[in-house]
Ligand binder design. Structure first.
Ligand code: BTN
Length: 332
């Protein structure tokens, strides 16, 4: 982070520590070893970013409101992670955070680099579908993961994203969210988040993976009306009020790091009971599209590697490694 940004962060920190009271320009200038016009420039930049700051001659500056932005100013000082998102890239707009993370990966960005955007103009979903990314409503992020995983293990990491998010929605917001195998997050049967993991590999193992996650947070009913392939919803629609995206992101990053560490140390099998406990489909009759095959059966469970066990009407058992669940018994 540049020194200009650092000074801005420090000024913001001081204003936050004194929330409700004025801090004089002279005091800020002295504490940051900059001139008073220098302070004024930083204050103006913060105002442009959406911070409500009251300026009064003789008294100085008073912080009166913080925007719901995912800017470095709001996230990095509050991060409780050991390695995730310490390299933090916040963009106002980008084609796709996955593409941007790929670019950073080729420029030696470290493990755990996080790219998050307020808006995507070409957000992508699985199977080259569009991911609609309304400005400042959702969380559109990509995580660069540099563990060299055997090729058959790499796809399992995607579960960590959906599991971590479901736990945050349940534990922090009291929402009964669930996982639609393999990696969608549903609330009341409607999709609220999806994951797209893209990997670059050598012959036997991955060079790096980019896990892209799109979360519908404060989207309105109109914005979620479609046309989507699967009924869609947002956290705000389900709760009936808007939530701070900052809080969701910070909690998610913590949970993701914990679950990802477990995955690397103990393997996916250690997390399977939790993934199953939060499954939307277990015990239900579902339709799965696998390439050009359509399979209908009862979802019985997951293998230790995360493949789906399906029981057909004729009693046949099938293990499905990848597919798209398009219908769930009793769903919306
Ligand atoms: C899906 O459900 O099909 C996956 C959706 C993944 C969307 C996210 S948003 C952030 C990241 N950047 C992208 O272009 N896509 C992923």
């Amino acid at each position: 982070m540049g020194s200009t940004n650092n000074t801005r962060l420090q000024i913001l920190r001081i204003l936050k520590e004194n929330e409700g009271s004025f801090v004089s320009g002279a005091d800020l200038a002295k504490r940051q070893s900059i001139s008073r016009p220098g302070v004024w420039k930083h204050i103006n930049k913060l105002k442009e970013m959406g911070y409500q700051i009251q300026s009064q001659s003789k008294l100085g500056y008073r912080l009166e409101g913080v925007p719901d932005s995912l800017a470095v100013e709001e996230i990095v000082p509050n991060l409780k992670t050991e390695w995730l998102a310490h390299s933090y890239h916040h963009l106002a707009t980008v084609a796709s955070t996955n593409d941007y993370a790929l670019l950073l990966a080729t420029r030696a960005a470290p493990h755990g680099t996080l790219v998050v955007a307020e808006e995507q103009t070409k957000g992508r979903g699985r199977l080259n579908r569009e991911w609609v990314s309304y400005p400042s409503r959702g969380i559109y992020l990509s995580i660069l993961l540099r563990d060299h995983l055997p090729l058959h293990i790499a796809p399992q990491s995607t579960y960590i994203g959906s599991l971590a998010l479901v736990k945050v929605l349940r534990e922090e917001l009291g929402i009964t969210a669930s996982i639609k195998w393999p990696n969608d997050v549903l609330i009341n049967g409607r999709k609220t988040a999806g994951i797209l993991t893209e990997t670059q590999s050598d012959q036997d193992s991955t060079r790096f993976s980019i896990m892209g996650i799109g979360i519908n947070v404060n989207h309105s009913r109109e914005e979620m009306a479609g046309p989507f392939r699967y009924p869609a919803t947002s956290i705000a629609m389900e709760l009936g009020f808007a939530v701070k995206r900052q809080k969701v992101l910070l909690k998610f990053l913590c949970q993701f790091e914990q679950d990802y560490n477990r995955f690397i140390q103990k393997g996916l099998s250690d997390l399977i009971p939790e993934i199953e406990a939060h499954s939307e489909i277990l015990g239900k009759i579902i339709k799965v599209i696998c390439g050009d095959r359509e399979i209908i059966g009862r979802a019985q469970g997951l293998t230790p590697e995360g493949a789906l066990l399906l029981l057909g009407a004729d009693g046949s058992r099938e293990i499905i490694w990848a597919g798209d669940v398009t219908r769930i018994e009793g769903a919306v």
